[in-house]
Design a protein around this ligand. Structure first.
Ligand code: DGY
Length: 330
């Protein structure tokens, strides 16, 4: 295709070079392989000259970002969560919003389980123990002693695709699975994933391990704060693979400091990439840099799906994972 006739798109974060090269065959691409996150002002300027954009959670797409984006038709998120999108503002501007569901479900559930195991069995703390030369202090009673997963109760808050994946893995560990969700699953679905519906309060009081997998919405802000942590067992663990802001990180840090719960495993943080300074000081928390979907295969699948969404939208068809479906006129 002649450069003159190629539409211009923005790829706001670094992507795999082969995927970028393929895009360059059909589009004039403003890429950002240095991966320096755009400021809101820069993003607004970049969006002003393109018909489509590939972004990630670091790019907030709202009325201000769209202010000068007169030709923009689609913004494809390379992420299943889309709390970086102001969907009503995108819809009002006639901009299709897409995300990347399904392709990351198992990888993310695997990681949720890995983080749970690392937290309950104090794996990172034990590694530091070895690295710091404490092995000579090994004893029956003086190792970092953890909590069991097998035959314990796991409480899943948010029973979507990834919640189902966590439940499936928990059954393999002979765990008792309870869940809380905005809407209860059908009887057959509950049976299939071996999970019992309980109130949030009952879940917090009875679970040995609480795993958060719900989407971030204004309503879900601080789903877990000091009041909720106070309901948990002192032996319980809390795992957040959902979104920063679902947990009140300051309240959690305080509770961990006072050993109100056993430990926490966090892949997401309020205001990430910043991490609450007190969390960084504590040994009873396992910290990860938002990597639940980070395997080579899955990140490639996410990029490919986002590109498919972008291409399909720009071809005037309904993208496979369109969020604001009301925009698409068949
Ligand atoms: C998602 O896709 O929402 C994950 O959090 C990304 O890593």
């Amino acid at each position: 295709m002649n450069t003159q006739t190629k539409p211009k798109i923005l790829v706001a974060r670094a992507i795999f070079p082969e995927a970028l090269a393929k895009l360059e065959e059909s589009f004039v691409v403003r890429s950002n392989q240095t991966d320096q996150v755009f400021t809101p002002e820069e993003l607004q300027k970049e969006l002003a000259s393109v018909v489509g954009a590939l972004v990630a959670g670091s790019e907030r797409i709202d009325a201000s970002a769209l202010a000068n984006a007169k030709n923009l038709k689609v913004v494809a998120n390379i992420s299943v969560g889309y709390n970086n999108f102001d969907v009503p503002a995108m819809t009002a501007a006639g901009v299709m919003a897409t995300n990347t569901p399904d392709v990351l479900t198992d990888t993310t559930a695997d990681f949720g389980f890995a983080l749970l195991m690392a937290t309950a069995r104090r794996i990172t703390e034990s590694e530091h123990w070895v690295r710091n030369g404490h092995w000579d202090k090994w004893s029956i009673v003086n190792n970092p002693l953890g909590m069991d997963l097998h035959h314990s109760t796991i409480g899943i808050i948010g029973m979507g695709r990834i919640g189902h994946g966590i439940a499936k893995r928990a059954l393999g560990f002979d765990m008792n699975v309870i869940y809380h969700n905005r809407s209860r699953l059908s009887e057959s679905d509950e049976k299939a994933c071996g999970a019992k519906y309980v109130s949030k309060e009952e879940l917090l009081k009875t679970a040995d391990h609480v795993v958060l997998v719900l989407p971030y919405t204004a309503e879900n802000h601080h789903t877990i704060g000091a009041k909720e942590i106070a309901l948990m067992k002192p032996t319980a663990t809390l795992i957040n693979i959902a979104r920063g802001g679902i947990v009140d990180d300051a309240a959690l840090a305080q509770a961990l400091k006072e050993n109100k719960i056993f430990a926490a495993g966090l892949d997401v943080f309020e205001g990430e990439p910043s991490v609450h300074s007190e969390l960084l000081q504590l040994s009873n928390v396992v910290l990860a840099p938002h990597i639940a979907s980070a395997t080579e295969k899955t990140r490639r699948a996410m990029v490919d799906l986002a590109i498919d969404n972008l291409r399909t939208a720009l071809a005037g068809k309904k993208p496979p994972s369109l969020i604001n479906t009301e925009l698409f006129k068949a």
